[in-house]
Structures are given as C-alpha cells and as structure tokens.
Design a protein around this ligand. Structure first.
Ligand SMILES: Cc1ncc(C[n+]2csc(CCOP(=O)(O)OP(=O)(O)O)c2C)c(N)n1
Ligand SMILES: [Mg+2]
Length: 579
C-alpha cells in the first residue's frame, strides 16, 4: 500500500525514509472506508490502472462493454442497497456515455456516483485540444444532484465523502465526481493522506416528520369514505417493508402499487387494488401517496383519470418541494418514509376504524371481475404466441420463484408484463422507471445478480433488448444467473408496419424472424428459440435451475402489439391529415 520514496525523487536529504501514497491509493481507500465493494465501469485512459488497483485491493470491478450499462448497473445497485452505486468511466465520450444513466438515476431518485477521469485542466480550460477534452464538471452539473471535482490528493477523502453524502441523503440521486488524470499520480505524505480520509457517519440521517403533520394526515384519512393508498418506488427504496405493511393492514385501505413498488405487499394481497386501478383512481376521495409522485405516471393527479368527485391528497415524501407540485396537497408529511410511516402507525393507536365496507367491497368486486376477465387470456397457447400467452408462462415462473428478480423493458412487453406478472416480495421488479427509458435491461440485470446473488429474469421487448444487448458478453464473462427472454415481435410496438413509399423498411420494423438466441451462443451461453408458452416455460425453468446465462428468443406474433403499448395517447396528434 505505502511506497518509500526513491532518494532521487526527493529534494531534501533525509526524506528517503518518508512514506508516500498517491491518488490511486487514496481513492481506493476512501471508497473502501465507506463500504464500497463494487465498481461498475469501462476502462481506458486515465482510469485503467485505477481499476486494476481497485480490483487488486479487493473491490469487485465489473467491466462492461458500454458505460451507459455500467451506469445503469450502478444506479440500480443504489436502489437495491441504499448505498451509492459507483460507475467509473474515462473522459469525454466515456463520461457522456455514463451521463444518461446518471441523469436517469437522478430522475428516479437512485443514489449513484459517476466517477470519470478527466483530461489536463490547464489544457481543457484554455480549450487547447487535449486528448478527450471536455469540461465534464460543467456538463454534469445540471443533470445530477451534485457535482464535485478533486484537484489535490489531500482532498480525495473530503471529495468522496461529499459525493456519498450528496447521493444518499434527503432525496437520493446521481452525483458526479470528476477526477483529473493527474490526481491519480499525485504523491503525498502517506500519514497525511491517511488522516485526510473521511468515514461518512450517518450518510442518510432520518428525517422525522412534524407531529402536527402526522395528526393532520391521520384526521384526513379517518374522515375518508373511499380512501386509497398509493405506494411508489420511494416506498420500496426505503426498506421500511414491515412498517408499510403494518400501516396498510391496520388501516384496511385498498392499496395501489406503482410499477417498482409491486411486491412491497404481494399483488395477491386481499387489499391490493392493482387490478382495479382505474376504478380506485376515479372513485377514491382521499389518497395517501407514500413515496409516489404525482407526475405523468399518475396523470399529474388531475383530469379524467381521477374522476370528477373532489379529491384530497396526503403525501409522504422526503422532499418538501414535492408537495403541491401538480395539485394541492391537503396533508403533506415530510420526512423519510420509514420515520413517517412509523409515526403514522403510532398515531393510529389500537382501534383504527376500517374504511366503509361499501367501498372496500366495491373495489374487491371490480378487482375480481378484472382478474377473471384476464385469466383465460393467460392460457392462450397460440403459436406464434401473443403477449398474454407468453406472459401466462412467465407469470407462473415468478409465482413459483418469488425471490427471483424481474427486469422489464419494452412498450407492449413492459405494459402487459406489469399487469400480468404478480410480484410477491419487495424490490423484485426493476423497470424503465420515471422516464420510460429503453436500455436499462442488461445493466439492471447484471447489478441485480451481483448485488443480491438471486436469479434474474429479464423480460425484454426486441427493440428494448437491442439498446444493451452487447452486455450478454458481460453476463457470460462473469457467469451470472441471468435469463433474458426477448419478446420478438419483429419490431418496435409490432413488426407489421410498411413503408408507404416502398424503398427502405418501415421505421418501426426489424429483420423478420431474427434469432436473438444465437447471440449468446457466441459467448458460450445457452440460446433457446421458444415458439409456444410451454416451450417458453420449460426453457426459463431450465435456465433458472441451472443459473446458466441464457437468452430465449420468444417468437411473438408480429401483429400482436399496439403503438406505444398503453401510452399511445401521448403521441402528438395534428389536425392536419397525415401524408
Ligand atoms: C432511450 C429511448 N429511446 C427510445 C424510446 C422510445 N421507445 C419506447 S418503447 C420503444 C421500444 C418498443 O419496442 P419493443 O421493445 O420491441 O417492445 P414491444 O412493444 O414491441 O413489445 C422505444 C424505441 C425510449 N423510450 N427510450
Ligand atoms: Mg418488439
């Protein structure tokens, strides 16, 4: 770890015995001191040796094929562990490749730190055309929660501490840490270096809600005739699973899980209103949001989706600025979810009245009706498969393996899988999140396997998979227990579009009958082509039993999907007739 300075390197006599350390060691020690055990990244100048040394020091360094996927891996590692996931990239282009993931992490409130090497400051600032020249700090700043640059080795400890605290405290998010190449090679006195390291104490301090806010919220909830609880991914992130379950059950209120909150309580729980979503949004009179934002995913809390009857909101969130962001919040409860839910539970006392049976009965009836309506569709055994037939098979797989992690992206493949596949445990469903971004698939799957050691099932549209498909090599290289199922309908939304003027293929279509299963065979993984739900189920079971990296090409009817899945209404419509 410590080097003895060579006599020639020292100006003063007698310094020959002085112990030195350098930026390489100090960054590694600062990360290790703060519990970082894994780095996701892509090597190159100026961070290759840093990666090697980190690996030699016992940090797991997972080397990707593209920084965006390393960044997505770091982001979801942050979501799963409540510790900042670390992504490491080279300068300019590598940094930019990682930036999409950093911005996405910030939007989704996932704690992550993007550490990028950067070029010579003196040259960059004079814009003299250095190797991979870019003012990375300035570019990162508006896209993340905080951005820092360390210029002196003696400041590495503080720089890393600031980055960690910024990523996980309050509302979590992405942080950028700029480490110029020169910093790694800077040598300083080893003892001073050691003393400069900072172990972050209580990185995400509890934020206790005000008592009046808790009382106000409970008074409003008690007055409700048709109450509803909405669980967001903030609630899943909080790891306050017991308290949240107790609050829901003690209140007797129907709950609606947002996509990544599915499984916080099982989707099969008698109070789950997932299958009666439109009814509960429309007809509820008091809605308690727990770690869920009233953004586009909840139609901004107004309009047709929410019905005409007056509605009052209770919102639990760590970020005070979230309150009144779209509609007025009658009872804001600001604090960390665990502390807020515990305070609400305490305030409810021993004999909280159940909501009116008329309401809970109506929700139950609607839910059972909808579930019964869907059931036969999941049994469809058509070949080529339709989405429901294929999802029927996967729904059973997850039911039989509730501790597996499900990664999901696509349009129809996403929207239909969200509804079809019940989740049974918290933080088992990882998907496109707030932005509906394509490309999270393999990065999320890799980090999920590494951080949890559990088997991973990635259900991917054929377009969605293409964004991160090359990472199947990474999956094979690290021999991860990941089974990727590609819903191959020959295109984006569907594979049947035609180009009105002939010439080139229609813009939403791909090569017909493509065999994605062949891709993984190039790297020694298992490839399977599945044409029926039975074949699909068998192939997934075999993959998950063996833990062998697998890609299954699930052949879906090219005509089966709809434009943009369930959000087609967001496409702009002009009064002018289409050409
Ligand atoms: C980064 C990014 N680029 C483009 C899009 C637009 N987009 C939304 S869904 C989608 C792909 C849908 O096709 P597929 O994954 O095959 O799912 P399918 O509907 O066919 O099941 C695309 C390109 C996006 N959401 N994110
Ligand atoms: Mg598709």
């Amino acid at each position: 770890m410590l080097e003895t300075a060579a006599p020639a390197a020292d100006a003063k006599a007698g310094d020959a015995e002085r112990k030195l350390t350098d930026g390489f060691h100090l960054v590694i020690e600062a990360l290790t001191l703060n519990g970082v055990t894994t780095i996701y990244g892509v090597p190159g100048i100026p961070i290759t040796d840093f990666g090697r040394q980190a690996q030699a020091a016992g940090i797991r360094v997972i080397s990707f094929r593209h920084e965006q996927h390393a960044g997505n891996a770091a982001a979801i590692a942050g979501f799963l562990t409540k510790k900042p996931g670390i992504c490491l990239t080279v300068s300019a282009p590598g940094f930019l490749n990682g930036l999409t993931a950093l911005a996405n992490a910030t939007t989704n409130c996932f704690p992550m730190i993007l550490i990028s090497g950067s070029s010579e400051r003196e040259i960059v600032d004079l814009q003299q055309g250095d190797y991979e020249e870019m003012d990375q700090l300035a570019i990162a700043k508006p896209l993340c929660k905080a951005a820092f640059r360390v210029l002196h080795a003696a400041d590495i400890g503080i720089g890393v501490a600031r980055a960690i605290r910024a990523a996980v405290s309050g509302r979590p998010g992405g942080v950028y840490l700029d480490l110029p190449g020169k910093l790694f090679a800077q040598a300083i006195d080893a003892e001073a270096g050691q003393k400069s390291l900072v172990k972050v104490i209580d990185a995400a301090p509890a934020q206790i809600p005000a008592m009046e806010a808790v009382t106000r919220a409970l008074d409003l909830l008690k007055s409700a005739r048709r109450p509803l609880i909405i669980l967001g991914k903030g609630a899943a992130y909080a790891q306050a699973d017991e308290q949240i379950r107790n609050l829901v059950e003690k209140s007797g209120v129907p709950f609606l899980p947002m996509s990544m909150a599915k499984g916080l309580l099982p989707d099969t729980h008698p109070q789950c209103a997932g299958a009666a979503r439109s009814t509960v949004l429309k007809d509820s009179d008091v809605v308690m949001l727990i770690g869920a934002r009233l953004n586009w995913l909840l139609s901004h809390g107004k309009g047709k989706t929410w019905g005409d009857a007056p509605k009052k909101f209770i919102q639990i969130d760590i970020e005070p600025k979230e309150m009144d962001s779209n509609v007025d919040i009658a009872a804001p409860v600001v604090g960390d979810i665990g502390s807020c839910v515990s305070a609400l539970l305490d305030g409810m006392g021993g004999n909280w009245p159940a909501p009116p049976a008329e309401w809970t009965g109506a929700v139950k009836t609607k839910r059972e009706e909808n579930i019964a309506k869907m059931a036969p569709r999941f049994l469809s055994n058509k070949s080529p498969m339709d989405f429901h037939g294929a999802l029927g098979a996967l729904r059973t797989v997850v039911k039989e393996r509730p501790d597996a992690i499900l990664v999901n992206e696509g349009a129809n493949t996403l929207d239909l899988a969200r509804g079809a596949i019940d989740m049974y445990q918290p933080r088992k469903r990882l998907d496109v999140g707030t932005w509906g971004v394509m490309g999270i698939g393999m990065g999320f799957a890799i980090a999920a396997a590494i951080e949890t050691g559990k088997p991973v099932l990635a259900v991917e549209g054929d377009s969605a998979f293409g964004f991160s498909g090359m990472e199947v090599e990474t999956i094979c290289r690290y021999n991860l227990p990941i089974c990727v199922v590609i819903f191959n309908n020959d295109g984006i939304y569907r594979g049947t579009d035609v180009n009105a003027v002939g010439s080139d293929p229609a813009i939403t279509t791909f090569v017909k009958g493509a065999r994605y299963d062949k891709m993984i065979e190039a790297f020694g993984g298992a490839g399977v082509n599945a044409t029926t739900p039975d074949e699909l189920k068998r192939a997934v079971d075999a993959a998950m039993d063996s833990g062998r990296p697998t890609v299954i090409n699930a052949v879906i009817d090219p005509a089966a999907g709809t434009e943009s899945g369930s959000i087609g209404k967001l496409n702009p419509q002009s009064a002018v007739r289409k050409k």
